[in-house]
Structures are given as structure tokens and as C-alpha cells.
Design a protein around this ligand. Structure first.
Ligand code: A3P
Length: 295
């Protein structure tokens, strides 16, 4: 393995103007020709929007709230990331291909880069969106600790990279707008991280219905408890503690960092906040999307 300071020379590559991990771009033809199946459920998120959280919720619903069955494997192995690649390990596509149906898969891709067979098979999509400022802060700390992403530089430098959409997976603005705009044309359940924080039970019930499951109220209560930030932070199957330090150095910043709404207030200067709001208004002009910035 490379020493961390060497691996930090990592550069992103681009597909149609969207920066992605170089190994993903190098494997692009396999990703684009991925064969979705009609009963696939795809978890879709912009990075740091609550992917792991919704995965654990979906996992528990799928297992009817059976904690033991949920503990069969670490969370990263449960729902393959279709664009993930790190040769010589099997790619996300390889893992998905080896999985029995009905499959639950995961992606950070914006709509325009999704393998076309998802659309033609009319799959189900579960999209989780998180307000831009908290997402940006969370991504910054993730960039700092994730050794296979480029070095984010200072917070001020990263601020520019993020608003210019030059972070991995591209612009937050384009990603959320893209998925929001097509929500009525496909089977999409569009959720918000902030709603999940405010009323996890109600949001979990929505997911349950979307998955065609009907669980007793006491099971739903148990899922609420088991998928809380505190529980998941302590659980080695969900807190990424099994990932080697050369990939994620959690001594820099833990994967389960804070799990709150409004941490952006501890990071944005007044000037940055004003500038961000201005840019936000321009970029989000004309959309009916509304985010909650604090609880
Ligand atoms: P913070 O860095 O703000 O703490 P993803 O899984 O998409 O990478 O997102 C990670 C973010 O979701 C992190 O945000 C993490 O703490 C938060 N998160 C993970 N599990 C959570 C849970 N059960 N409840 C609330 N937030 C959670």
C-alpha cells in the first residue's frame, strides 16, 4: 500500500464534465453497460447526504427488523455501489451481477450518468437529499479523512471547489435538481435527511410502504432505535471502523461524525454564508425544492 501522503496525489477524472474517482472513470464502459433488473431498488444520494443511514433503514426493513440477520455483513458489502471500482477487487458491477434478485443497489451518480438500463427497466429509486450547507461541511471532513480522494486543501479552498462542482460526483445543485425534476416520471421516493432527523418514524414508514412491506408498529419503533446516530456510531458494522486507515483515517475525522442538522453554522463565516446564499438562489432558481437548514 502507498503511504498516505503519496496516495493523496490522487486526482479525479471526469465523465461528461462530472469529476469522479479515477478508478470509476477507468471502468466506465462496464458501469454504463450494467444490466439492471425490473425489481432492483436503487438507493441514490449525493455524497454525505445520509447514504449509510438509509441503507441501514432499508436493510432492517428488508430483514423485518431482525437485528441478528442485519448483522451478517458490514454495511459497505450489503448494497453494492454500482460505480465503485478498485482493481483487483471485484467492482460494484461485479458484485451486483453476483447478487440474487431482488437486489438493493446504491449510487452517487447524477441522473445523466446513470446506466441507461435502470430507466428502461423502470426500477425503484430511493433518493435522499440533504441541505447543501451541511452536506458541504460533511463532505469536507470526509475529504480530509478519506485517503483515496484528493486533498481538499483549506476550508476556504474547498469552499470554492464545492460551489464550482469540482468535488467528486459533481455539483450538489445539479445532482439534487436532476433527481427532483424526474421524481414524478419514475418510481422515485424522494426523502430529506432533515425530515429523517425530525420524524424518523414517519420517514421509515414511507420507506416501508415504498418497499411494499407492512411491519408492525413495534418493529418500526425498533428500527427507529437501531438506526439512530448513536447506535450506528457504536456499531462496527455501520461505522466503517473495519476499513483500513490507508483508505479512511478516522483519527482525522470519524465517519459517523456529528449526524446533526445545522453544523454548517460552525464552519461558514458570515461572508461565506452571504455569498453561498447568493449563489444558491441563482443555481436553484425555478425549482420547487425546499430545504430545511436548521431544526
Ligand atoms: P456528518 O458528517 O454531518 O456527521 P453518507 O452515509 O451519505 O456518507 O453520509 C454521512 C453523513 O450522515 C455523516 O454526516 C454521518 O454522521 C451521517 N449519518 C450517518 N448515520 C446517521 C444516522 N443514523 N443519523 C443521522 N446522521 C447519520
Amino acid at each position: 500500500a502507498l503511504a498516505p501522503e503519496l496516495s493523496r496525489q490522487t486526482k479525479l477524472k471526469e465523465v461528461a464534465g462530472i469529476p469522479l474517482r479515477d478508478s470509476t472513470v477507468d471502468n466506465w464502459s462496464q458501469i454504463q453497460t450494467f444490466k439492471a433488473k425490473p425489481d432492483d431498488l436503487l438507493i441514490c444520494t449525493y455524497p454525505k447526504s445520509g447514504t449509510t443511514w438509509i441503507q441501514e433503514i432499508v436493510n432492517m426493513i428488508e430483514q423485518n427488523g431482525d437485528v441478528e440477520k442485519c448483522q451478517r455483513t458490514i454495511i459497505q458489502h450489503r448494497h453494492p455501489f454500482i460505480e465503485w471500482a478498485r482493481p483487483p477487487q471485484p467492482s460494484g458491477v461485479d458484485k451486483a451481477n453476483a447478487m440474487p434478485a431482488p437486489r438493493i443497489l446504491r449510487t452517487h451518480l447524477p441522473t445523466q450518468l446513470l446506466p441507461p438500463s435502470f430507466w428502461t427497466n423502470n426500477c425503484k429509486y430511493l433518493y435522499v437529499a440533504r441541505n447543501a450547507k451541511d452536506c458541504m461541511v460533511s463532505f469536507y471532513h470526509f475529504y480530509r479523512m478519506c485517503q483515496v480522494l484528493p486533498n481538499p486543501g483549506t476550508w476556504n479552498e474547498y469552499f470554492e471547489t464545492f460551489i464550482n462542482g469540482k468535488v467528486s460526483c459533481g455539483s450538489w445543485f445539479d445532482h439534487v435538481k436532476g433527481w427532483w425534476e424526474i421524481r414524478d416520471r419514475y418510481q422515485i421516493l424522494f426523502l430529506f435527511y432533515e425530515d429523517m432527523k425530525r420524524d424518523p418514524k414517519r420517514e421509515i414508514q414511507k420507506v416501508m410502504q415504498f418497499m411494499g412491506k407492512n411491519l408492525d408498529e413495534e418493529v418500526v419503533d425498533k428500527i427507529v432505535l437501531e438506526t439512530s446516530f448513536e447506535k450506528m456510531k457504536d456499531n462496527p458494522l455501520t461505522n466503517f471502523s473495519t476499513i483500513p486507515k490507508t483508505i479512511m483515517d478516522q483519527s482525522i475525522s470519524p465517519f459517523m461524525r456529528k449526524g446533526i442538522v445545522g453544523d454548517w453554522k460552525n464552519h461558514f463565516t458570515v461572508a461565506q454564508n452571504e455569498r453561498f446564499d447568493e449563489i444558491y438562489e441563482q443555481k436553484m432558481d425555478g425549482t420547487s425544492l425546499n430545504f430545511c437548514m436548521e431544526l
